[in-house]
Design a protein around this ligand. Sequence first.
Ligand SMILES: Cc1cc2nc3c(=O)[nH]c(=O)nc-3n(C[C@H](O)[C@H](O)[C@H](O)COP(=O)(O)OP(=O)(O)OC[C@H]3O[C@@H](n4cnc5c(N)ncnc54)[C@H](O)[C@@H]3O)c2cc1C
Length: 496
Amino acid sequence: MIIDDRFYDVIIVGTGAGGGTIARKLADAGKKILVLEQGEFTAKESSELVEDELFKKEDYHAPEQWYDRGGEPFFPQTKYCVGGNTKIYSGVLLRLREKDFEQVQHQEGISPAWGLTYEDFEPYYTAAEKLYQAHGKAGDDPTEPPRSQDFPLPPVDRIEQIKELGDRLTKYGLHPAYLPIGIGDEGRTDSEDTGVSPAIKAGGDITLKTSAKVVALHTNPTGTEVKGVQAEVNGQFYLFMSHIVVLSCGAINSAALLLRSQNEKYPNGLANSSDLVGRNLMKQLMTVILQQSPKPNTGLFQRSMQINDFYWGDEDFPYPMGHIQDSGGILQDVIFSESPPILSIAAKLMPGFGLKKLAKNSIGWWLQTEDLPDPQNRVYVEGEKLHLDYTPNNLEAHDRLLYRWQEVLKATDKKSRGIHPYGNAPIQVVAHQCGTCRFGSDPQSSVLDLNCRTHDVDNLYVVDSSFFPSSAAVSPMLTVIANALRVGDKLIERLR
Ligand SMILES: Cc1cc2nc3c(=O)[nH]c(=O)nc-3n(C[C@H](O)[C@H](O)[C@H](O)COP(=O)(O)OP(=O)(O)OC[C@H]3O[C@@H](n4cnc5c(N)ncnc54)[C@H](O)[C@@H]3O)c2cc1C
């Protein structure tokens, strides 16, 4: 093993929403940073892809297999590259609702409180929206939490068909609102463009190593500090050292890395005295509905509408149901990869239509419902194998949302030729993974403290979506970015 003779202030593992953001924050503050990313640089997703090839989207899956509860292998839908999943995300940048930070009764159980409030996150949400150039309109969604500032940029334009749908939904009594989206000059903003690259270009003391997979963290004999970060860089093992280590490998891979770094002091995995590392995995319940309309669209347009009228329930169902957003132009979107090939399934039901024609004559709707933390839903490792035991819960709330939305679509678009629902996303859809190292003030019931430092190991932090105590039903990424900025402030203070 080669021992790197530089000593860094901070080593950051992973360059997604959490890692890329905190790298920029710390580099701007003049810290000496090493960033280790197992992937390579990749081109931004083109919005002009219209070939049938797009429907396969192998590129959206990691080049490795994980194993489900029954021991069956699958290719997880997650991206390993500089920027992580922000390179393929859909651009949606939503704040959690105020009540999402509190304990909430769901039909199937309790969604726990976060230990911090919305007010604690608000300034960081504002900063995150600036960093990611969020386009939106304040005040048109009744569930929107209070904001200290308007969106940095105006909302994206809606295509005619979405405008018409919006008018009909309003007439029906709902509150369709603009969906906040992150777009810069070159398309959707991502953590390479907003985080890692500007930090390097600014000439700070930051070193990025790609094709650098961290395989273990080594502690001192008492287990109170990480002393070395072991990584495989282009086939060669290295040991890197720093004052502080920040993991941001994604909720599943960070948990796996901690579990693989077990030692005498932590036989069940590093920082795992609570036995909660890897547990409480959540990934939201997600369903896509295709609404076919005789009026064609280009198949290439941004997501622009959200409906949260059922977020906290419905007249006959006093429990949270979830969030709805349009899926954007179906030809450019990730609808194919986030679910099994939904268009292919729909195409079978509509013989003679063809995938492209079907896409151009459809509006997709993306339905998300909160799943609840369950310690039996978890990541664990067995040698090289990574297992995901995950059984979805809170299903009735999701079904209710699904049927209610179909009812709304039928009532508001009589010309619609058919709506094809596809059931809740399967195991390989881990896009909204979270919860595997939840934060809190009690070391018995959380892995991280409220600053995202592990309770057990003094210089070890986790800033990806692992820290979420609950999954909420809005998309998670803005909260990951905001939290990384928040933790960045704590680290700057600590290193001062
Ligand atoms: C198709 C898709 C669409 C999405 N759309 C949206 C959306 O519109 N809005 C939204 O809010 N969210 C969306 N998400 C979710 C969003 O992308 C994630 O919430 C966010 O990227 C999580 O950030 P992260 O830092 O936790 O991890 P990631 O972004 O997953 O980054 C983790 C990084 O760590 C690296 N890594 C992992 N293990 C190691 C290791 N051992 N050594 C070195 N490096 C390692 C990975 O290669 C990766 O680059 C989407 C996700 C997908 C997959």
